[in-house]
Design a protein around this ligand. Structure first.
Ligand code: F6R
Length: 241
């Protein structure tokens, strides 16, 4: 595990974007595993900025996103498909046929999860997986207690995650109750994993996940065992370690 200390959110975003651009420069046809949520938004902004300056080329990059709400169509502004287009894909020269997310509208969970695992396999696996971390240690939608050996699967969201995500919806009743997510096994098979953490409210889970025991009760703790795991955190998020 490598820990990179950043001054603040902006610096964290720049450092994370640097690692992603190094990956794209070293392997232009790489497979990037991407995340939604608030934390990576600054990283995506920085990548867009470098793309606009002519320093980055996404034309051969393939992406696979971590997760998607079950039941939300792409055009719903709260879908992760929409989020990714709004925050990154619509602003860079990515080939839209190389963008992959679980399909929230396929309600046949077993079929959709199998399809998504096959997509990840067929593109040759993930070169770099970007992650955020939930207050309870979740990564993707792998909530506490998730089995480490799972591939893509359908999950019931915990009350904690529903609460955390309601800020993006009109009311808590609009937050979907289920999602498709890559499993911990899928994430651990990525050749490089980059987790971004920002803010005081992440400090205690960062300490627990990366300096506490490896346990399914804290899903992110398994990343301690990953051979190429980088944590980029700002001062506040790293204040307890
Ligand atoms: C996002 C995802 C989630 C978030 C996590 C942290 O695709 O799967 O695990 O990374 O909930 O979210 P933020 O960054 O909003 O604190």
């Amino acid at each position: 595990m490598k820990i990179i200390r950043a001054k603040d959110y902006k610096d964290m975003s720049r450092k994370a974007a640097n690692i992603i651009s190094a990956q794209v420069i070293m392997k232009p046809n790489c497979v990037l595993g991407l995340a939604t949520g608030g934390t990576p938004v600054g990283t995506y902004k920085q990548l867009i900025d470098w793309y606009n300056k002519g320093d980055l080329d996404f034309s051969e990059v393939t992406t696979v996103n971590l997760d998607e709400y079950r039941g939300l169509p792409r055009e719903n502004p709260q879908s992760y498909w929409y989020f990714m287009h709004d925050n990154l894909f619509n602003h860079v020269n990515i080939d839209h046929s190389r963008i992959n997310l679980p399909d929230g509208t396929n309600l046949d969970a077993a079929a959709e999860c199998a399809r998504y695992d096959e997509v990840i396999r067929s593109v040759g696996g993930i070169d770099l997986q970007l992650l955020g971390i939930g207050h309870d240690g979740h990564i993707g939608f792998n909530e506490p207690g998730s089995a480490f050996e799972l591939g893509t699967h359908c999950v019931d969201l915990t009350q904690d995650t529903i609460e955390a995500n309601k800020r993006f919806f009109e009311s808590i009743d609009d937050v979907p109750r289920q999602a498709y997510t890559m499993g911990i096994k899928t994430i651990m098979q990525a050749r490089k994993v980059l987790l971004v953490a920002s803010g005081k409210d992440k400090a205690s889970i960062v300490k627990k996940a990366f300096f506490g025991p490896v346990t399914p009760e804290v899903p992110a703790s398994i990343l301690q065992m990953h051979p190429d795991f980088i944590l980029v955190g700002d001062e506040e998020a790293l204040s307890e370690i």
